[in-house]
Every structure is written in C-alpha cells, then in structure tokens.
Ligand binder design. Structure first.
Ligand code: ZN
Ligand code: MN
Length: 497
C-alpha cells in the first residue's frame, strides 16, 4: 500500500501541525543505572552483565548517584523544576531484550518538569516547552541473523546482547509545539540539534546520534487550520540524525494530510523511519499509558535531592546557549547572516573546537560550511557524524597558512581524511600534495610555458604585465595545481622583463 502525499504547501493551506519530541539521552556514567557493571560501549556481547541487570530473582538494584546528578543538571539546563521527592516506577511490557519484563522508569513523579528551551530557526526564536525529563534504564540489543536487512522479518534466528541493559537514560519530553506552521520540520531539527549541543556542553553523554547515544522519537499531528485543537498523533521512532528528524516531520505532515483530505482518520501508532527511501511505515498501535500498568518501584528508595545540592549543581551549568551564541558571534566577527547559516548547519560546536585548535574563525567557517557541509550533504549524514574532526580541520588550515597547501590541494587532503589515510601531514606526504616552491622545478615549467606561448611572452616583454596570468595558468596546469603561484609570477617577470 502506498501512501498518498499532499504537496507541502497544500498541507499548510488546510492544517496546522503540532510537534512533540521525545529524546532519549544515554548518559556517560562509568557504571549502569542500578548496578556496578561497566557502562562502556563495545564490549564482547554479554560480558558486562550481573544478576541485577539480567533481572535474576533476588537481585536488588541501587541507584547510581552520578546518573541522578546528570539528570538534575540536564533538568536545570532546560529551565525545569527539580522534584523535591520522586520515585522510580515499573513500566511493564515484554521485550526479549528487556530481561526483567519491566523497565525501571519514572511515571507521574519525574525528577525534572516544566522547563523550556529557546531554539533559533532563520533568526527567529521558538520557545519549546519541556514537559518532563525523567530517569530510566536502557534495554539490551537484539541482533537478527540470517535475513538480508538485519530486521526480524526474514531472519532465521535472533541473538540478544544484554551489555546495554541498565545503562542510564534520561528521556526528555516536550509539550505539544504548536504555531510553527511551515517551519515545523526545521523547528524539530533545530530543537534536537540544539539539545545535543546543550548535552555536549554539560558533558553528560557522548551524544552521538549515529551511535544511538541520543535517539529522537518524533510525534506529529495535524489539526484543521485555525481550530486550535490537537489532532491524532503518530510517533516515528528512533530517528537517528538531525536531517532525518526534519525529513520525517515533513513526510508525516504530507502523509497525514493525504489521509485527512480523503475523509480518513489517523491511527494512533508508532512508525518506522526508513533512511534510504525517506518514508515511514506502520509500527505497532500505540498503547496508552494505562496499558503499561505502571506502579511505584518497591525495591528502590525515593530520590529526594536536597535544595543545597540542586543549587550547587546549578553553579556547574555551562553558559546559557542563547548568550553563548551571541558571545561567539561577537568573538568571531560573523555577520548575522553568517551566524544564521552556522546555526542552521549544526556546526557551531565544531567551529568552536576548530578555533580552539588554532584556526581563525573565518577559516573554520569556510571549511565546515562549504567543503565539509557539502560532503556531509552528499553522504546524507549530519556534519557532526562526517568523520572529520575539528583538530584535523585546524591542522589542514595550518598547512595552508604555512604555504604547504592551497585550498584546492587541501580539498584532496579532506578526501584522504575521509578515506582514513592518516593525519593531514601523512596524507600530504603519501599523495605528494605539497606545493612546489623549489625554483629548479618551477623554472623549467616556466620555460616550457614561455616556449609554448611566444605571443603571450611578447606581450609581457612589451610591458603588458597582466598577460602573465595566462602563463601562470599554463604552469599550474603542468604542475597539477601544485606550483607556488606567487613564485611562478616572480620567475615569469624575472625572465621576461
Ligand atoms: Zn549489572
Ligand atoms: Mn523511554
């Protein structure tokens, strides 16, 4: 069955979109949420487990204090109230990768609630209200073997790795975001992108979407234009890049409108996002909260952070993001338009690190926005996941500043970096990319160019120095762009005038 999609502009003529975002952040604590198992990524399957995170009978959980600290700092950074007293709750459902058959989460008593975050889209500020940020544990991971897609359909058996079971998560849930209109897809993307920047600044998670440290579920509904009500929503699960968040919202807006225009009604369900085709497909019918039979976790004591501790943690917060953007713009000397492009590209943190590694703000912006931004776009990944680091960009720019490379050769160094060929210096050496400024090689190339273009040479002899450009071009061509153009010009003038 194919979905009927309505053109995006036509959706907006008839409907108002409402967004809701649920973001799971995997904390970077040393140990798991309720046991002492290591919480590091990448161990051999089922080597980082114990009776507690495997849910064996009689095992008792103990809360990770560092995870509570991170939860409170996230809550404060999102301008939330911090609960004076709250509990964990059991969320009951069956999943093979959830060995206890319930997830220890929080229900009606989250650690943080009623906050907000301002996000900037095209120079306009949208206030996103935060409903809650609660603590919970991650599930294990299922690996479906034997099929071609890695999905359960077509697989002949499945394996379960419980290393991830019990890793601390913070789930951040927005209130419905209304009034964004045509900017709804961009607001969703900007929210997730700026939330990630905040999480990185707090230092509480690796926050890599491509590795699942930060996972976004995107809720969308449409209501008749101007009605002010909320329509039935769908929830697109685990959208794993900023770009996909934007695309998924756009797609769901077009799909919902197709159903509503034909007099149909939206089924409240989860949807799967397909990165390759850019569509969503039906998941499971969404349960209401009561289906999970939440009840307070009897094995854990309530969490009651003292006000002194909360205030102490407030003192550890990074600079407010809005003020920080204004300060960086002033420090970097960017125009409003330049800054807007930087924010939209999601590269503000990358530029900050590149400048810290020694590049000028203009050079950092140039590489991230033009060259690397284009490559990320071509590869269909977020710029933060491209695989080039700020330190590498600063090193390439240092080679340009030092006269080893020009911008054209630097682009070839980025090819090498993306192909994993080593450091910028190693790539320059291995690919033979350095600019030639040695007079012996340059002089021979200049002589060849003069011999091949006697008419141009005559013009220069007659005093038309501007004609030297044509000979410089010849030399550059012969030396595959690696000649030192300034020195070539000097040699031409020395020989002909
Ligand atoms: Zn454990
Ligand atoms: Mn959750």
């Amino acid at each position: 069955m194919t979905d009927t999609l309505v053109a995006f502009d036509d959706v907006l003529a008839s409907y108002d979109p409402a967004l809701g975002l649920e973001v799971h952040v995997e904390l970077n604590t040393n140990t798991k949420m309720f046991c002492g198992c290591p919480a590091v990524f990448g161990g051999e399957p089922n080597t980082q487990v114990c009776p507690t995170c495997l849910g064996l009978p009689g095992a008792m959980p103990v809360v990770n204090a560092k995870a509570i600290e991170s939860a409170i700092r996230i809550g404060l950074a999102l301008n939330c109230e911090i609960a004076e007293w709250c509990r964990f709750a059991r969320k009951n459902y069956f999943y093979p990768d959830m060995p206890k058959n319930f997830q220890t989460s929080q229900y009606d008593e989250p650690i943080a609630f009623d906050g907000w975050m301002d996000v900037e889209v095209d120079g306009e500020t949208f206030r996103v209200e935060i409903e809650r940020a609660h603590m919970e544990e991650d599930t294990g991971k299922s690996l479906h073997v034997g099929g071609s897609t890695g999905r359960i359909h077509g697989a002949d058996h499945s394996l379960v790795d419980y290393n991830r079971a019990g890793i601390p998560l913070i789930e951040i849930v927005t209130k419905p975001i209304q009034g964004a209109g045509e900017k709804a897809p961009a607001v969703a993307r900007a929210y997730v992108s700026q939330l990630r920047d905040l999480i990185v600044a707090l230092g509480v998670s690796e926050a890599r979407m491509d590795q699942g440290n930060l996972r976004a579920d995107v809720n969308l509904s449409l209501a008749p234009k101007g009605s002010g009500v909320l329509g039935t929503r769908t929830e697109t699960k685990n959208v794993n890049s900023f770009r996909s968040v934007e695309r998924a919202v756009r797609y769901e807006m077009q799909r919902h409108a197709g159903i509503l225009d034909e007099g149909g009604s939206i089924l409240q369900e989860t949807r799967h996002w397909h990165e390759d085709t850019g569509i969503t497909t039906s998941g499971r019918e969404k349960s209401d909260a009561e289906d999970y039979r939440y009840f307070p976790e009897p094995d854990l004591v309530p969490v009651a952070p003292s006000r002194e501790w909360v205030e102490q943690l407030r003192g550890t917060l990074p600079e407010n993001p809005t003020q920080k953007r204004a300060r960086l713009q002033a420090d970097w000397g960017y125009t409003d338009l330049e800054m807007r492009d930087v924010i939209a590209s999601g590269s503000i943190g990358l530029i900050e690190e590149t400048v810290a590694a020694g590049a000028t703000p203009q050079a950092a912006r140039k590489w991230w926005l033009s060259e690397l931004g284009r490559r990320a776009n071509d590869a269909g990944v977020d710029i933060t996941d491209l695989g080039v680091t700020p330190a590498q960009v600063a090193a390439v720019q240092a080679l340009v500043d030092g006269g080893t490379l020009n911008d054209k050769l630097a682009r070839q160094v980025f090819d090498g970096l993306l192909a994993g060929e080593g450091t910028p210096e190693e790539i320059v050496a291995a690919r033979g990319l350095a600019i030639v400024s040695d007079d012996g090689a340059l002089s021979a190339a200049v002589d060849n160019a003069i011999a091949a273009n006697p008419d141009v040479a005559d013009k220069i002899r007659d005093g038309k120095v501007a004609a030297a450009g044509a000979l410089i071009g010849e030399v550059m061509k012969e030396m595959r762009g690696q000649a030192d153009a300034g020195r070539v010009r000097e040699l031409i003038l020395e020989k002909l005038t």
